[in-house]
Design a protein around this ligand. Structure first.
Ligand SMILES: Cc1cc2nc3c(=O)[nH]c(=O)nc-3n(C[C@H](O)[C@H](O)[C@H](O)COP(=O)(O)OP(=O)(O)OC[C@H]3O[C@@H](n4cnc5c(N)ncnc54)[C@H](O)[C@@H]3O)c2cc1C
Length: 486
């Protein structure tokens, strides 16, 4: 007999697995279908984020940052290390252990919450006219099973975007999976794309000693970030970390020779330049993944860039079919995917009880962005350039980590925090940070913005001393030109 569920979730990344758990918590009989297999060919839940994204990249960033501290910064503390060396295979094994623990953890969470987990590729077949149930095929090798569900949540994520003239082999031409699995430090590493993934991966291998050149097509560095932050980041990454960053680049060809890879490119000044490297990371963005889903056959609407079209409630054009995460509009971030998963689960549970749930949607305007470089970069809300082009009058307050006691004690004094507040109402419109542990500090900024705080609200909150959070406090005070310690 065909197994029948209230909800079928296709994809077990942070969008899908979180949606499935929340559905189950709300009493819905839920199945989650996922096709991911790890390098050993074993099913591994957690999608891109847990297998080859957020978690393994942070593990390698931490290892390489520890190495860089030991090599360059411990000496200031009076700690002398002789014969320091890096064992890359041990670092990779540690990363793999973390990934295994987390992906295995999802399987345990599914068990605990009574989510049925099916391994295989899920294809939407059709909606039965009479019952209104969706039929879904689950294909695992030669095994094919059909299940049915009243509601479907598509969370099939994204895949690395490819360059038309070079094929990723994850040996010398790497995407994120390959960049996270190198077992030797490449002497010369090229990175195409100075986005979050390119910068994080470039940082890992630069800290361990590679000569790293980053080629970016956009005319300026980190164009999604606040301009002032981007300038500070470019300066620090170039001068302190030693990354070579070239913007406004047009790649003409990539030759994979026996001894090296040669990238021929042009920039605004020079028409033909050559970059000779041993490995190349291609990090030119990610494309929404609807392969094998049966989108065309069932009439699921996608836009010209391949994203599944959804409204503010993540509803697709098909009845009772939702889509969340990287496969729909909005930032390709794990926490955005998860929150959409929760919102959709709550909406389905309400609908099953016969009422609408209009609050079950994600506020795409208040999503924290973090880049885990050193120094870290984090922001929420509008940038100065966005406010200027929208003609919104604002006041800005800024405070440097250099003037903060905790940052001094850490020996991490690069960067600053900037608060942007509406000139009339003082409501915070954006907060931008570059500096130590701003990935953690940004949470306060998000809370403030969610609660529609003014800069004065943050200025009046007591912040622990000495702490990095005082930099945000002082930046809020600086909006009204009353920062104390500068
Ligand atoms: C190197 C790297 C670092 C990153 N770091 C961060 C970070 O620090 N913070 C952050 O917020 N984001 C980060 N991201 C982005 C983050 O990984 C994604 O935004 C997030 O994984 C999206 O979640 P998702 O659930 O939409 O999709 P995914 O995580 O891509 O999961 C989709 C799942 O669906 C499965 N699937 C696809 N099609 C089918 C099908 N037809 N049937 C069954 N299963 C299917 C896939 O195999 C996969 O398991 C990073 C990404 C990369 C590559």
């Amino acid at each position: 007999m065909t197994k029948s569920f209230d909800v079928a979730v296709i994809g077990a990344g942070p969008g899908g697995y979180v949606a499935a758990i929340r559905c189950a918590q709300l009493g819905l009989n839920t199945v989650c279908i996922d096709e991911w297999k790890n390098e050993q060919g074993v099913a591994s839940l957690g999608g891109t984020c847990l297998n080859v994204g957020c978690i393994p990249s942070k593990a390698l960033l931490e290892s390489s940052e520890n190495y860089a501290r030991a090599a360059h910064k411990f000496i200031d503390h009076g700690i002398n290390l002789e014969g320091l060396s890096m064992d890359v295979p041990v670092m990779i094994t540690r990363k793999n252990k973390i990934v295994k623990a987390f992906t295995g953890g999802i399987a345990m969470l599914f068990k605990k919450n009574k989510v049925t987990s099916l391994h295989g590729s899920g294809t939407l077949l059709k909606q039965e006219q009479e019952s209104g149930l969706w039929k879904i095929q689950v294909k695992n090798g030669t095994e094919i099973e059909e299940i049915q569900a009243e509601y479907v949540i598509i969370a099939t994520g994204s895949t690395p975007r490819q360059l038309p003239f070079i094929k990723v082999d994850n040996d010398r031409i790497l995407d994120n999976s390959g960049a996270l699995a190198l077992t030797e430090i490449p002497k010369r590493l090229g990175v195409i794309g100075a986005g979050v993934i390119g910068l994080e991966m470039g940082s890992v291998w630069r800290r361990l000693g590679s000569e790293v050149t980053v080629l970016e097509a956009q005319p300026n560095f980190l164009m999604a970030a606040d301009e002032q932050i981007a300038k500070e980041a470019q300066k620090t990454f170039t001068r302190e970390l030693g990354l070579v960053i070239q913007t406004g680049v047009k790649i003409k060809s990539i030759q994979v020779e026996e001894q090296q890879i040669v990238v021929d490119y042009a920039d605004a000044k020079v028409d033909s330049q050559k970059l000779e490297i041993d490995k190349l990371i291609v990090a030119v963005g990610r494309s929404p993944n609807t392969a094998g889903l049966g989108a065309d056959e069932i009439g699921l609407k996608t836009n010209e860039r391949g994203y599944i079209e959804v409204d503010e409630y993540c509803r697709s054009n098909l009845p009772k079919v939702y889509a969340v995460g990287d496969v729909v509009r909005g930032p390709m971030l794990a926490h955005k995917a998860s929150e959409e998963g929760v919102a959709v689960a709550e909406m389905i549970a309400s609908a099953k009880q016969g009422h609408a749930n209009e609050s079950a949607k994600v506020n795409l305007d208040i999503i924290p962005w973090v880049i885990y470089t050193s120094p870290e970069i984090a922001w929420v809300g509008k940038t100065e350039q966005e406010l200027k082009s929208a003609g919104i009058a604002y006041r800005a307050g800024q405070f440097p980590f250099m003037a903060n006691g905790r940052a001094r004690a850490l020996g991490e004094t690069s960067g600053f925090v900037k608060v942007l507040a509406d000139a009339d109402t003082d409501r915070i419109l954006g907060i931008h940070m570059i500096g130590p542990y701003v990935s953690e500090m940004i949470a306060e900024a998000v809370v403030a913005m969610e609660f529609a705080a003014s800069s004065e609200d943050v200025a009046r909150i007591i912040h622990a001393h000495p702490s990095l959070s005082e930099v945000l406090h002082e930046a809020a005070l600086a909006v009204d030109k009353r920062a104390i310690h500068i």
